[in-house]
Design a protein around this ligand. Structure first.
Ligand code: SIN
Length: 282
C-alpha cells in the first residue's frame, strides 16, 4: 500500500478573512510537490484567491521551482536584474546600497492594482516571499474582485458590459496621474474579465493603473472609474496581510487586487517576488 506523505496527512486550509485569502497548513515547500499536493494547493488558491504558507525556508531556486509548479515564470520586464541565476526573480525592497535601492517598488504606500495589467499578457499569479519586515506597516491588502463585480448595481454592470479600459504603467505608486498623454506602457483590457479556471466574472480595473473606459466621454469615464475604485476597495472585500519573515503568499491577479500600507523609511523591508505568466484577459 502506498505510504501517505506528511503533506498529504497534515494539509489543512483555514480562511484568513470572510472576504478573501486562506492559510495552508502542513506543507513544507522544501519537500517536492507531487501531483496530488499541487492539485490541493491550486484548488485552495482558486477558491480563496490568495494563499499563505507560513514559516517557509526558501532560497531563490526553491521559490522559482514552486512558481514553475503552476506555470511559466515571467521575466522581470523593467530591464533591471535582481538575480544572476533567475531572470524571473525581483526584489521588492526599500534597502539602499550606495544610495541605490536594491529592490523595485521601494517606498511606502501603494494604491490598489493588479500586476502587469499594462501588458498584453499580465501575470496570473504573484508569489511573494518575506525576508525582512518592518515592525509596523508595509502590510499588503488584498481585495476580492469577484465579489466587487457581483455586488455592483445593475445600471453600472450594464454600462461597463463588453467595454475595455486602458491600463498604463505608473511609476509613482500613490499618484493617479492626470496627464493621460504621457503614460508609459499601456494596454486595453476588458473592464470585467472571466477567470479561465473558475468561469467567474471579476472587475478588472484599479486605481493605480486604469486610465479610461473605452467609448465613453472622459468625464463620464472618470466618474464611473472613481465609483468602481471606491466600490472595489470597501473593507468588506478586503483582507490585510501583516507579514512575518518566512511567509510565502501567492495571489491571483485575475480575480484580486492588492495595495500596500505605508511604513517607516527608517525600517528595512525585503521581499522576493516571482510572477507567473497568465493569458490574454477575456
Ligand atoms: C507588489 O505590488 O507586487 C508588492 C506588494 C508589496 O510590497 O506588499
Amino acid at each position: 500500500m502506498p505510504v501517505a506523505t506528511r503533506s498529504e496527512t497534515s494539509f489543512r486550509v483555514t480562511p484568513l478573512s470572510p472576504a478573501i485569502g486562506a492559510e495552508i497548513h502542513g506543507v513544507d515547500l522544501r519537500e517536492p510537490i507531487d501531483a496530488g499536493l499541487r492539485q490541493k494547493l491550486q484548488d485552495a488558491w482558486h477558491e480563496h484567491l490568495v494563499i499563505l504558507l507560513r514559516d517557509q525556508q526558501l532560497d531563490e531556486d526553491a521559490q522559482v521551482a514552486f512558481a514553475e509548479t503552476f506555470g511559466q515564470p515571467a521575466k522581470v520586464s523593467s530591464g533591471r536584474t535582481f538575480s544572476q541565476k533567475h531572470p524571473s526573480v525581483m526584489l521588492i525592497s526599500n534597502i539602499r546600497e550606495n544610495g541605490q535601492a536594491i529592490g523595485a517598488l521601494p517606498d511606502g504606500e501603494m494604491h490598489f492594482h493588479t500586476d502587469q495589467c499594462h501588458q498584453e499578457i499580465p501575470a496570473k499569479a504573484t508569489i511573494l516571499y518575506a525576508l525582512e519586515i518592518p515592525r509596523q506597516g508595509g502590510d499588503t491588502l488584498f481585495a476580492n474582485a469577484y465579489t466587487a463585480y457581483e455586488t455592483l448595481p445593475d445600471d453600472i454592470k450594464k454600462k461597463i458590459e463588453g467595454r475595455r479600459a486602458l491600463n498604463a504603467y505608473e511609476k509613482d505608486t500613490t499618484i493617479r496621474t492626470s496627464n493621460y498623454d504621457n503614460v508609459g506602457a499601456a494596454c486595453w483590457h476588458p473592464v470585467v474579465r472571466t477567470h479561465p479556471a473558475t468561469g467567474r466574472k471579476a472587475l478588472y480595473v484599479n486605481r493605480l493603473m486604469t486610465r479610461e473606459i473605452e467609448g465613453l466621454p472622459r468625464d463620464e469615464s472618470d466618474r464611473i472609474l472613481d465609483f468602481l475604485f471606491d466600490h472595489q476597495e470597501q473593507p468588506q472585500f478586503v483582507y490585510g496581510h501583516v507579514w512575518r519573515p518566512g511567509d510565502l503568499v501567492m495571489w491571483d491577479n485575475r480575480c484580486s487586487l492588492h495595495a500596500r500600507t505605508d511604513f517607516s523609511a527608517g525600517e528595512r523591508r525585503l521581499l522576493r517576488r516571482v510572477t507567473i505568466l497568465g493569458e490574454k484577459p477575456v
